[in-house]
Design a protein around this ligand. Structure first.
Ligand SMILES: C[S@@+](CC[C@H](N)C(=O)[O-])C[C@H]1O[C@@H](n2cnc3c(N)ncnc32)[C@H](O)[C@@H]1O
Length: 274
């Protein structure tokens, strides 16, 4: 996809995220999050991702999170002994919340407002790149995305992706028959999102128009490997890590995958052209 075209989508998505931020940075849940961030061993990561990071042994690794939102997950990496140094997101409004959470936690990662497809040159390289729930679907171009990720990694660095499973995109949990396949897994048409973005199923009202992209799992893995990273692990999970309306697909006798963990490693020697 041409750069101009990519940026048309990402600029729209920036407006959509900024316009939704006020729904997240206030109220009881926000107050509880601020309080939790001030406690030792603050960790909002779920059991699955926590187990992966523990097993990988990330202590001492310098870490970046792409699409870090309010940085609560980035800050959580400190409880595993990693050094959360950089959070990157294009939403200034969510990063402002991240600044408050970082201050509460006593940590001081650099929080950079930037489009993943148009990064400043001075970001450096890291030993761990974390990408979690709900980032890949906002990316218009996966091969370009993984090239950016690869360029932020030190030799031997780990990429950990913990994402929603693309098979869920074929269903509409709000339809009369939510188990009927309604959308093609292979439809490349960006999905227009008109509502404000909430995570708890609540109605946040109308928002700015954003664009959601369905990427089949095969394309995700292929783009990752073609960027030069070595695939270490691709694990599909039966539990849910996305919005509550999708909970109807969990705990079924005939279970589809609901999310996945992908771990990839940068080559131990840096290519001189990189
Ligand atoms: C679902 S959210 C958050 C992800 C994280 N799992 C969390 O819960 O905090 C996705 C984030 O990606 C960011 N994002 C989307 N497209 C982006 C882009 N092109 N460049 C940088 N950030 C982007 C949004 O602003 C949003 O904060």
């Amino acid at each position: 996809m041409k750069t101009d075209h990519i940026c048309t989508f990402t600029q729209a998505n920036k407006a959509a995220w900024d316009a939704s931020a006020h729904l997240h940075g206030q109220g009881k849940e926000w107050d509880e999050l601020l309080l939790a961030a001030s406690q030792p061993d603050f960790n909002v990561l779920d059991d699955c991702l926590s187990a992966t990071l523990t097993e990988l042994g990330i202590a001492g690794r310098s870490a970046i999170q792409l699409g870090c939102n309010n940085a609560r997950e980035l800050l959580s990496l400190a409880s595993f002994g990693a050094r959360p140094l950089l959070g990157l997101d294009q939403s200034a409004a969510f990063l402002a919340q991240g600044t408050q959470l970082a201050a509460a936690s006593g940590l001081s990662p650099r929080l950079v407002e930037a489009d993943i497809y148009a990064l400043p040159d001075d970001l450096g390289r890291y030993d761990l790149v974390l990408i979690t729930i709900g980032v890949l679907n906002w990316m218009p171009d996966l091969p370009r995305f993984f090239q950016v990720v690869r360029g932020l990694m030190n030799p031997g660095a780990l990429l950990v992706i913990y994402e929603t499973h693309p098979i869920l995109e074929v269903f509409n949990p709000d339809s009369a028959n939510p188990f009927m396949v309604e959308n093609s897994y292979f439809d490349k048409t960006p999905v227009r999102i008109e509502e404000a973005i909430t995570y708890d199923g609540s109605d946040g009202g109308a928002g700015e128009t954003g664009y959601w992209f369905v990427h089949p799992l095969g394309e995700i893995v292929t783009a990752c490997v073609q960027s030069g990273l070595g695939l270490q692990r691709l694990q599909e999970h039966p539990h849910l890590n996305r919005e509550v309306e999708y909970a109807i697909y969990e705990n079924q006798t005939a279970q589809i995958p609901l999310c996945y963990t992908l771990v990839a490693e940068a080559p131990s020697v840096l290519n001189t052209k990189e």
